[in-house]
Design a protein around this ligand. Structure first.
Ligand SMILES: *Cc1c(COP(=O)(O)O)cnc(C)c1O
Length: 400
């Protein structure tokens, strides 16, 4: 066990010849055709396909409004802006997420305040949120981690009680349900990402859904430099060429090329969700009797969209730590990953003054977790390879 090479050599060849990534897009002929059609049309950006794609997402998740952005991160930035987060505002969020979640608070000069996670779901814990709410608190940003919705009954009622805005980072959760309600209209604003590893892709892209007209208009304006050409809204002259920049904003527009891809991808969303759920179930079944690893805990009232499948190592049953096991799985050509390093442990956040130890569950969880490959384009053989590889590596390091 001294050398890591020993393991892949131990049983001869690695379980797989080729490296299997942890996530990957699923593009087909229809997608290519949809993009090509836009390329030969009159508009390649801010044309008619943007609103078709927005309508498709809004109606899929059951929200009144949707606004497309150039990325999920841009969409989060916009949502924080629409929520009027500014200097001196505190925003409570989870450390077990991609840095973009809390960065979007910083973009608006607000202060991220990290609440610890529930030790089993790894989602932000309503109990941990409660003591952090004070006069400066403006909003809560939840993350539906791995595709499992956060605890919205408790979070929304705390928010209501204290007049806080809830923004849901649902980058993992397109198609997930919480108590039979689809993610997308539970929080005040919900963000979806269309990065290639997510459920559907536009290359880069994101969307905010909301039922609130005021937020909707702010989001539209923010996406386009804060500029309006609407004659009803202009403050001064009304010449035919006239437009006004009335608010702060960026160029965060999505192109029609991207929207066409997204719209085409939505044709497959049911198949994508079914495949992810089927594969997660197969992993659960394959690993449930292994004492050395803990399969993902699921609330019975939620239906995860299964963006990520994360196993937790049971250290008391293993002779080695996570790093050894992680490397051994890589040697089997299994594209393992870790989601996520607690955000406040990154050097940039440490420099801002965040201390180690503020979210003990998040830090302990981070030490034990490994993400296994899960994406709809995986074959049954790929899935079997991961299961075989995990069993091989875990039995090698098992105390039994
Ligand atoms: C992917 C992701 C984002 C960022 O989305 P981009 O489209 O890549 O900008 C934000 N939060 C979480 C949790 C994500 O997984």
């Amino acid at each position: 066990m001294k050398s890591k090479d020993h393991l892949a050599l131990h049983g001869g060849k690695p379980v797989r010849d080729s490296y299997l990534p942890y996530g990957k897009q699923w593009l087909d002929e229809e997608d290519v055709k949809a993009v090509t059609n836009v390329l030969t049309s009159d508009y390649i950006t801010t044309g008619p396909v943007i609103s078709e794609f927005e309508d498709a997402i809004a109606s899929f998740v059951g929200a009144k409004y949707a606004v497309a952005f150039s990325s999920g991160t841009a969409a989060l930035h916009a949502a924080c802006f629409a929520a009027r987060i500014k200097e001196s505002d505190e925003v409570i969020t989870t450390p077990i997420t991609f840095a973009a979640t809390s960065n979007s608070i910083l973009y608006n000069n607000g202060t991220p305040v990290f609440a610890d996670i529930h030790p089993q779901t790894y989602n932000i814990s309503p109990k941990a949120i409660k003591p952090l709410i004070n006069k400066k608190t403006k909003a809560i940003i939840t993350v539906d981690f791995t595709g499992q919705p956060a605890e919205y009954d408790e979070i929304m009622s705390q928010a209501k009680k204290h007049g806080l805005i809830v923004i849901d980072d649902a980058a993992h959760a397109l198609g997930a349900t919480y108590k039979d309600q689809l993610i997308g209209s539970i929080a005040d604003m919900t963000m979806f990402s269309f990065h290639p590893v997510k459920h559907i892709t536009t290359g880069e892209g994101g969307m905010i859904t909301t039922n609130n007209k005021e937020y909707y208009e702010k989001l539209l304006s923010f996406r386009n430099h804060g500029i309006t050409r609407n004659p009803m809204k202009l403050q001064r002259r009304n010449e035919p060429w006239y437009y006004e920049m009335q608010d702060f904003g960026f160029n965060y527009r999505m192109t029609d090329i991207q929207a066409a891809l997204g719209l085409s991808q939505m044709q497959k969303i049911d198949t994508i969700l079914a495949k992810r759920r089927e594969y997660a179930k197969k992993y659960n079944h394959a690993f449930e009797k292994m004492d050395e690893i803990i399969t993902p805990f699921q609330q019975t009232y939620s239906n995860s969209s299964w963006h990520l499948y994360i196993i937790r190592l049971n250290s008391s049953k293993l002779k080695s730590g996570r790093t050894e096991i992680f490397k051994a799985l890589q040697k089997e050509n299994i594209g393992v990953n870790v989601h996520y390093i607690p955000v406040y442990l990154h050097p940039f956040y440490q420099k801002l003054g965040y201390q180690k130890g503020v979210c003990p569950h998040a830090e302990q969880t981070y030490q034990k977790i490994i993400t296994l490959p899960l994406f709809p384009k995986m074959s049954e053989q790929d899935l079997d390879d991961v299961i075989t590889g995990v069993k091989k590596v875990i039995s090698y390091y098992s105390i039994y």
